[in-house]
Write a new protein. Structure first.
Ligand SMILES: NC(=O)c1ccc[n+]([C@@H]2O[C@H](COP(=O)([O-])OP(=O)(O)OC[C@H]3O[C@@H](n4cnc5c(N)ncnc54)[C@H](OP(=O)(O)O)[C@@H]3O)[C@@H](O)[C@H]2O)c1
Length: 331
């Protein structure tokens, strides 16, 4: 049923009075227009949510928006015939918390063209343990395999391994038959990462990536969440015709490297932009996430449940590199 009274939402303002975020009551008509109204079951917390919610990153393109780049719930009303009351659906990225109100509210109004029916094989909760993080990890492997990545090329290295994208990438790669090397700043969690499927865990401060344009080729490919010197270092160590998926910038946005890995070894650097992924690719990736690539350890990867009120205390720790797994937001 469509809500007749205002409901709580975690709203972010970026206007002449400055940056601020708080729980506020909003009405359905306050939300960005869309054909599909859902009662939100869960959202999640991604690095981008922490950037948006604290103002440390320029994520919002509007003066006020409900935060939350992920959302999953049940349809309560739809003017698009493809969706009926009671349908379970999800949406990740697609402008949520950037140009449109997002998932940190009891109700969300979505554009039908970006609303995905919950794939068979996933619950709403599992869909949000995956969320943008899982979609990004799977999109990375999807693009790598489109460019001929395969397990015989050698182990795939995952950086930022204890983060949301990192843990889910490890699990997905292991499911897909890859040996996985996990690079982490939290070496104390090595056993946990092995339990997700990492075949080797490398402490970030023990990682020697060298300085020559080409070093020994030790990895078949890479999923990088860190950027800057880490990403530059990875380019030196990937085997001929291996792929590096550049997903994140937890360590910084720079990239100072040479063309040697590309022109001598044929290494490919693939850009991963989950929020703007085209609908057919989006559908294909979610189908894989619900079936052959469904991570085997989702319950372990979901390390925390949070309420809207807890968001402001969680965001700074995430931006300081303290993440460990995925946080689900329960509405
Ligand atoms: N391209 C896209 O579409 C897309 C989608 C989702 C996320 N992302 C990006 O991917 C990255 C990871 O996102 P997430 O949601 O997984 O974040 P997260 O859960 O906060 O994980 C980030 C991880 O990166 C590592 N890290 C943090 N600070 C670091 C530093 N200064 N140097 C090196 N490593 C550091 C830490 O892992 P360890 O301690 O284990 O090293 C941390 O757990 C972020 O930069 C995010 O913006 C991009």
């Amino acid at each position: 049923m469509i809500p007749s009274a205002p409901f709580p939402a975690f709203r972010i303002h970026d206007d002449a009075q400055g940056y601020r975020a708080a729980i506020e009551d909003v009405a359905l008509d306050d939300l960005s227009p869309g054909e599909v109204v859902i009662r939100v079951a869960h959202s999640s917390i991604n690095y981008k949510d922490a950037l948006a919610g604290t103002g440390q990153g320029k994520i919002l393109r509007k003066p006020v928006l409900v935060g939350g780049i992920d959302v999953a719930g049940h349809v309560v009303a739809s003017t698009d015939a493809k969706f009926r009351e009671g349908d379970a659906v999800l949406c990740t990225g697609c402008g949520l918390s950037e140009t449109r109100d997002g998932g940190y509210a009891q109700y969300a109004r979505l554009e039908a063209k970006w609303t995905i029916p919950l794939p068979a094989g996933l619950t709403l909760r599992e869909a949000m343990i995956l969320g943008t993080a899982g979609f990004t990890a799977a999109l990375a492997l999807h693009r790598m395999e489109q460019n001929d990545q395969h397990p015989d090329l050698g182990p795939v290295v995952v950086t930022g391994a204890t983060g949301g994208v990192g843990m889910l990438a490890i699990d997905i790669l292991a499911r897909a038959g890859y040996a996985v090397h996990a690079v982490t700043g939290k070496a104390a969690h090595a056993d946990f990462l092995r339990g997700l499927g990492a075949t080797e865990v490398i402490a970030r401060d023990a990682l020697a990536l060298g300085t020559r344009p080409l070093e020994n080729a030790r990895w078949g490919g890479a999923i990088d969440n860190v950027g800057d010197p880490m990403l530059a270092g990875l380019t030196r160590h990937v085997v001929p015709y291996g792929n590096i998926a550049s997903c994140g910038l937890a360590g910084g946005p720079g990239l100072a490297t040479t063309v040697m890995p590309f022109i001598i070894r044929g290494v490919s650097l693939l850009g991963i932009a989950s929020a703007g992924t085209a609908r057919p690719v989006r559908d294909a990736v979610w189908q894989k996430l619900a079936a052959q690539w469904k991570p085997a350890h989702l319950d372990r990867i979901c390390t925390r449940h949070a309420t809207l009120a807890q968001l402001p205390e969680i965001f700074p720790g995430m931006l300081a590199g303290g993440s460990f797994g995925r946080t689900i937001v329960d509405l």
